[in-house]
Design a protein around this ligand. Structure first.
Ligand SMILES: Cc1cc2nc3c(=O)[nH]c(=O)nc-3n(C[C@H](O)[C@H](O)[C@H](O)COP(=O)(O)OP(=O)(O)OC[C@H]3O[C@@H](n4cnc5c(N)ncnc54)[C@H](O)[C@@H]3O)c2cc1C
Ligand code: SF4
Length: 508
């Protein structure tokens, strides 16, 4: 922002002011769930969202248009490391759920037990309470296993490969019972058949009396006498996205749910310190592509319909269909060789791995936006190599004539298992692997001990009364499975406790 704009926006009268009992920053898995619970209990809720409310049927179907409209930095947000980690996040009503594949997993029991034993979170992740909430969410968000009718060629071929190698594969459970197999989850479900937050909990909360203001980017929490009393931010022009003036909201409670990258930025700019922005964790992923003699027909089917969970080896393999533009960009070769591959665009399968890495990164406010640093450990890259080689073996097991590993310094095209095994023989380096992360955790972790956490078991800040964090930032560890269901469940639980407190105050 130009210096002149900065002064104008700070000194000028706010372009708008508002009041609410509870103001919620962000409308992703965490923020929308908090709004859904609080509004249902009669709490006066105002949701603030930096991005736009998109009408699903009007969302761009082409990939560049879709990424520019819905994703943070058009999908180019990355860490500042020498080998950057691409960090994908949604920036629109619904947050990252508006662009995700709807994969649903309950929190694994070993993760729950670790949170109790090592982070003092017994109340937050009480088994009985979580089961009750899982069931509510599963019913409300139409959660169902992907049926054969919509599995599509990419996932069906992966099922065969899994069986061929004796791996524990299964169809993916998703919040998309009415899926019509368009393979376009990234661009937004054309028929609103996937229950992302923009089509489920945000409208539900509004139906229960909550309000929503879009193009409202919160800069900081307004704190008076050690208590949160509201938020201050910039109203953005809906087309240019440039700041058009300051806004402020007064509230009794502030819930920050701006996601793992932006929640710590808001907290740090509000004067909070300690572990804020530390313990950033992820499930970075990489993919391999295989070419087959027979058509695979990746363009028909659930975007992600089949998975092979291998948590004991530290990863999970998933089918991942690509829109044609992205698939074309991934094909190796130039000139006639590339054109020949392009002519067979229907003959490719792509499977990816999400790796439960042990590395902890860090997020801090930077001059031009969040500064992200993340360096995978040697053992993390070894897990990634194990996962990628397993995908290669699977592709060859079901007859791939070519496999494209996408690993720097290695052949672009593999034509036999022997060539693949040669790739397995030497440990890969971080600089060879192109990593992308969409499952993010930490940066405002929950815990009973204030010296080891940012928020308590009720997700209220240890430092500032009335300030809550309700998104994936509070997760003290990653999980090895897709996170949205666990995020919604943990937030649901904490929001119920907050609603009970608000009710008790109203009654007093
Ligand atoms: C491409 C992709 C595919 C994925 N697939 C799956 C899947 O299939 N299954 C699964 O379980 N998980 C999946 N995930 C991960 C899952 O969507 C996220 O873990 C989850 O949505 C995170 O929830 P959150 O509330 O922490 O943040 P988000 O959902 O990212 O929401 C944060 C919100 O805050 C808003 N915001 C940020 N800063 C500000 C500010 N300063 N002021 C106002 N608003 C702000 C953002 O615009 C956004 O709307 C996927 C993610 C991506 C990106
Ligand atoms: S595959 Fe298509 S129809 Fe199915 S949930 Fe995704 S976007 Fe919706």
């Amino acid at each position: 922002m130009a210096l002149k704009d900065l002064f104008t926006s700070i000194l000028a009268k706010p372009v708008w002011e508002d009041r609410a009992h509870t103001v919620i920053v962000g409308t992703g898995a965490g923020g929308a769930t908090a709004a859904r619970v609080l509004a249902a209990q009669g709490v006066d809720v105002l949701m603030l969202e930096e991005g736009a409310k998109l009408v699903t049927s009007e969302r761009p179907r082409d990939v560049p248009g879709a990424l520019a409209t819905t994703m943070r930095e058009g999908g180019t947000q990355a860490s500042g490391d020498l080998s950057p980690l691409v960090v994908l996040q949604g920036r629109c009503v619904g947050g990252s759920t508006a662009i995700n594949s709807g994969i649903i997993w309950r929190m694994p029991e070993d993760v729950r037990e670790d949170w109790i034993a090592n982070h003092g979170l017994a109340e937050l992740v009480d088994a009985g309470e979580m089961d009750r909430i899982y069931e509510t969410i599963e019913e409300e968000l139409e959660i169902e296993e992907t049926g054969e009718r919509v599995l599509g060629g990419n996932s069906a071929l992966m099922a065969k490969a899994s069986a061929a190698l004796g791996l524990p594969g299964k169809p993916i459970t998703r919040n998309a019972a009415r899926c019509e197999a368009s393979g376009e989850c990234l661009q937004g479900c054309p028929g609103e058949n996937r229950q992302s937050m923009d089509t489920s909990y945000v409208p539900k909360a509004i139906g229960d009396g909550a309000r929503l203001r879009t193009h409202a980017r919160v800069d900081r929490v307004w704190i008076e006498g050690g208590r949160a009393v509201g938020v201050i931010g910039q109203a953005l022009h809906p087309e240019t996205r440039k700041p058009i003036g300051r806004f402020q909201v007064r509230a009794e409670n502030v819930v920050v749910a701006a996601g793992v990258v932006h929640t710590p930025i808001i907290l740090r700019k509000s004067g909070l310190g300690g572990l804020v922005g530390d313990r950033f964790q992820a499930h970075p992923g990489a993919a391999m592509l295989g070419r087959f003699d027979e058509p695979v027909r990746m363009s028909y089917g659930a975007t992600q319909g089949y998975e092979i969970p291998m948590r004991e080896r530290g990863f999970k393999i998933e089918s991942l269909s690509l829109p044609p533009e992205m698939l074309a960009a991934r094909l190796p070769g130039v000139g006639a060789e590339w054109q020949e591959r392009m002519a067979h665009l229907d003959h490719y399968a792509q499977w990816c791995a999400q790796v439960r890495m042990k590395a902890h990164g860090r997020i801090r406010p930077g001059l031009l936006g969040p500064s992200i640093s993340y360096a995978p450990l040697t053992e993390d890259i070894a897990k990634m190599q194990d996962a990628a080689i397993t995908i290669g073996r699977m592709l060859f097991a079901v007859g791939a004539r070519e496999v494209y590993p996408g690993i720097d310094g290695c052949p672009e095209v593999l034509r036999s298992v022997d060539e693949l095994e040669a790739l397995a023989a030497t440990p890969w380096k971080r600089t060879q692997v192109h990593l992308v992360a969409s499952h993010l955790f930490g940066t405002a972790v929950a815990g009973a001990d204030p010296s080891r956490s940012v928020v308590g078991p009720d997700l209220q800040s240890h430092e500032v009364d009335g300030l809550y964090v309700m998104d994936a930032s509070v997760f003290p560890t990653n999980m090895g499975v897709n996170p949205q269901h666990a995020i919604m469940t943990v937030v649901f639980r904490a929001a119920e406790q907050l609603a009970a407190k608000a009710g008790a105050r109203r009654a007093a």
